[in-house]
Write a protein that binds this ligand. Structure first.
Ligand code: ADP
Ligand code: ADP
Length: 240
């Protein structure tokens, strides 16, 4: 069974408005590192946001971990979201909190306000957070405020936070758009390395086609709300 199975997905944001997704089908397997590419406005973000139901589909089915996402109610949806790691374009860190606290907050999922400070966490969570911070190269920045870091470092905190919750899938919404090209490559390379190590499948909305070809093993191409391409990145070139 695939980790994620999307069938005939249609989305309109308003009843009289345009259809943004016009019947999308695809599935994601455990070993996929899958890029979603396409021009601005194609519906890439909308597609990713349907998976954790930040956007409500108008029609179709989304089955994640064998559960029909559209049928879930409050508590069930919160539980499902804890199994999804999110990495955002603007990092979405809490600036006034330390790097360590930001990473630990991932333990709680994205389901409620983060109130505890790290003394309240069990030793095993703190050890895991420290280990992840080392893996992303931030072991010397653990106690700094999040807003004292550079963009690339902040996204590394975002990566560690997403992995803190032991996600079973990672959803990335333009994770490198706020970063320069060199840092973007480093960040995508790091995500690839960690996703392979922890065996987490990835669905990644990314606008940089070259970077998608370099780091992802599968490419879904979107245009005007349709899926126009779906295949291995191997052997593909940018002009294809
Ligand atoms: P992409 O990620 O490919 O740039 P998006 O999914 O962000 O595309 O947007 C696709 C279209 O949906 C755009 O025309 C955008 O303006 C529209 N859109 C996105 N979010 C909303 C929203 N919350 N309400 C209405 N329209 C939206
Ligand atoms: P992004 O950085 O993902 O491209 P945008 O600037 O397109 O974000 O949109 C920011 C927020 O506004 C998102 O939550 C998006 O869903 C929403 N949005 C985008 N386009 C529209 C639209 N035409 N009408 C209403 N909301 C929109």
């Amino acid at each position: 069974m695939p980790v994620l199975d999307v069938r005939n997905l249609k989305v309109s944001y308003t009843s009289s408005g345009p259809q943004i997704l016009k019947g999308i089908d695809f599935s994601v397997d455990g070993s996929d590192f899958c890029a979603v590419i396409g021009p601005s406005g194609a519906g890439k973000s909308t597609l990713i946001r349907c998976v954790n139901r930040l956007v409500e589909p108008t029609e179709g089915d989304i089955v994640l971990f064998g559960q029909n996402v559209r049928a879930l109610r409050g508590g069930e949806l919160r539980h499902l979201r804890r199994r999804i790691g999110m990495i955002f374009q603007e990092f979405n860190l809490v600036n006034r909190m330390s790097v360590m606290d930001n990473v630990l907050s991932g333990r709680l999922g994205y389901t409620g306000a983060f109130r505890s400070f790290f003394k309240a966490f069990p030793r095993e969570d703190i050890d895991r957070a420290l280990h992840l911070l080392e893996r992303v190269g931030l072991q010397d920045h653990v106690d700094k405020r999040a807003d004292a870091l550079s963009g690339g470092q902040r996204q590394r905190v975002g990566i560690a936070r997403a992995l803190m919750q032991k996600p079973e899938i990672l959803l990335l919404d333009e994770p490198t758009s706020a970063l320069d090209p060199k840092i973007s490559r480093d960040v995508m390379g790091l995500i690839r390395e960690l996703a392979d190590e922890f065996k987490v499948p990835v669905l990644c909305n990314i606008h940089d086609v070259q970077l998608a070809l370099e780091t992802c093993n599968r490419i879904i191409g979107m245009q005007d709300g349709y899926k126009k391409f779906d295949g291995p990145s191997k052997g593909m070139r940018k002009q294809d």
